[in-house]
Design a protein around this ligand. Structure first.
Ligand SMILES: [Zn+2]
Length: 321
């Protein structure tokens, strides 16, 4: 019962408690029976996953290895259920189990960053919300090995590893040249654009990555490949990548234009702009909407269209030229 185009791949879709909705996991039959991505840590997701495996003729203990496209909670949640080895990008190493020192400096990183963004002090409690989503991830797993650009997948030598940071700092995609299959994770999704999330650097003291700019570079990287079909972390497969990405680039440029016109009227912080771009939504999805907004600032700075106006109580104000 492989998916329509690739007989060696089984897709199992699981429910999540997140706004994105269901998440996809894939069983790949190679030299080792491989699970790509591990869903979310809820009893519902676990039950649906086990049932999907059973229908395919397998059980949990048959999985010989797990390979991660990225470390987000909806892709690592069931890891604690497996004794199999787990592989992924090195960045994910801090996220698969509870790690107090990492949590502390991660919180310091966001506190500093959100202050620069101009987030009002009473809203800094959102740092606690960030932590809440982690309970849907794994609590006690570790990477057995790190994958990087130029590697092949262990046990699946036809699949080449590409680093595609942007949506996540750990993001990898896996490409099989002989039939043009891309295991795309959340790098590209069919019906929604992948949010270039702001994440702390891997080690304390580093700078934040400019994730929207990174994301653009990572999209251009996969446009070099002859992709026939991409199977993704959420929603249906994508048969034709290029027109989809052109629409995404266009949409992003429009949003940047809008932000530029706002900053030409008066100097504003990232938070000020975020509130205007995402009224109401910003309250619930503060991390997502701030990431989306600061991406436009990074883009406009790179284009030379905006400049720092002043710093007030630690918050940076920009104006449009
Ligand atoms: Zn996801």
């Amino acid at each position: 019962m492989g998916i329509e185009f690739f007989k060696d791949i089984i897709k199992i879709t699981l429910p999540t408690p997140f706004p994105i909705g269901d998440v996809n996991t894939y069983i790949v039959k190679g030299d080792r029976l491989t699970l790509v991505d591990a869903g979310v840590n809820t009893p519902e997701a676990k039950a649906v996953f086990k049932e999907g495996l059973r229908k395919a003729g397998y059980q949990l203990s048959d999985i010989e290895q797990v390979i991660l496209t990225h470390h987000h909670p909806d892709h690592i949640g069931l890891l604690d259920q497996f004794s199999a080895e787990i592989y992924g990008h090195e960045y994910g190493k801090n996220w698969l189990s509870y790690n107090a020192p990492f949590m502390n400096w991660r919180n310091e990183f966001f506190l500093q960053l959100f202050t620069e963004f101009g987030v009002p002090p009473h809203m800094l409690t959102i740092l606690g919300n960030l932590e809440k989503t982690l309970r849907f991830g794994s609590q006690n797993s570790r990477l057995a090995g790190f994958l990087k650009e130029g590697d092949t997948m262990p046990g699946l030598p036809d699949f080449h590893v590409f680093e595609t940071p942007g949506h996540a700092q750990s993001h990898l995609v896996f490409y099989r040249e002989k039939d043009g299959l891309l295991l795309a994770g959340d790098h590209i999704l069919k019906t929604v654009s992948s949010n270039p999330l702001i994440e702390p650097p891997m080690e304390p003291g580093g700078k934040r990555a400019k994730s929207l700019l990174q994301y653009h570079r990572s999209l251009k990287k996969i446009l070099e490949l002859d992709i026939q079909r991409a199977v993704t972390g959420h929603g249906n497969d994508i048969a034709s990548i290029r027109p989809l990405l052109e629409r995404r680039f266009e949409r992003q440029r429009e949003r940047a234009e809008l932000v530029l016109s706002m900053l030409r009227k008066k100097p504003m912080t990232v938070f000020d702009v975020c509130v205007q771009l995402f009224p109401e939504v910003y309250k619930k999805e503060t991390g997502l909407t701030l990431s989306e907004t600061v991406g436009q600032f990074d883009y406009l700075l790179e284009q030379g269209n905006i400049q720092v106006d002043r710093i007030e109580n630690g918050a940076i104000y920009y104006y449009g030229k």
